[in-house]
Write a protein that binds this ligand. Sequence first.
Ligand code: ATP
Length: 298
Amino acid sequence: MDKVELKAYGKINLGLDVIQRREDGYHELSMVMQTVGLFDKLTLSKIPEDKICLTTNLDFLPIDKNNLIYRAILTMKERYGIKEGVRAKLEKRIPVAAGMAGGSTDCAAALRGMNQLFHLGLSKEELCDIGVTLGADVPYCVVGGTVLAEGIGEKLTMLPAMPRCCILIAKPGISVSTKFVYNNLKLDESTFHPDIKGIVDSIKKGNLKGICDRLENVLETVTIPNYPVIQEIKEFLEEYGARKALMSGSGPTVFGIFTSKNAAYKALRAMRSIKEVKQAYVVDPVGREFIGGTKDEQ
Ligand code: ATP
């Protein structure tokens, strides 16, 4: 095998809570993550020369060590003494810097791809251990599906699949710095904390209404006052029949959960009237059985 093709799926947060700031600057989180059917395509091929060549369809993305794909390949080469080179071709479709873990999922796909390409036989657990050294969301992206992520995002509890639904994802054309959001988050006794346990229990019961009733993201308290278009998109989605709409991660991507595909597509078409929305998709939730690339499922 000289070439592998991988799908790197994006995620949304069905719930996101920040428990506390740690001494080391990281934040202790409690998040319910859900993989969605919007993915980047990553192709890895072996090349004889000992180097890493990364190309992408978006010319503003870094193609050196600042790209997590490059770092993932380099880490695997060094760790496992791989002397052959690797060509990586990224076709980016997940909105960039949008709260959908685009870089982390590409990184996880690169780890899985290297595992396959060089027959390393590593388990998901082993890939997660390598992944956490590259980014806090990478272990989740290695595993995928519906997961409770705690700690800095690396302590994972697998949950049953989310009930069937349609998800409309809308990304306004603004950039939100994750650092700015976390730095400006007010954490004191007045901070509202989402009912993460209630979301988890609703997932276990297959209760979509219970999930939608509790969809909350504490980071909205920073992002929405600074970028009111996020609130506008949320209201628009709920007006068009979403059971609930929420910002994902540190934003600015907003998603709405629909029980009817027709309603979701109707909202997608109507969304053209919101000029600020630059990317919009209707997708399904994706289960972890679709995330390949480790010895566990070979
Ligand atoms: P998160 O949801 O984990 O906060 P995000 O979706 O907000 O992530 P990314 O799309 O991962 O953000 O991009 C953040 C920055 O990371 C980009 O501005 C880019 O310079 C850098 N980056 C590094 N590697 C990648 C990659 N493979 N794809 C996209 N961005 C990357």
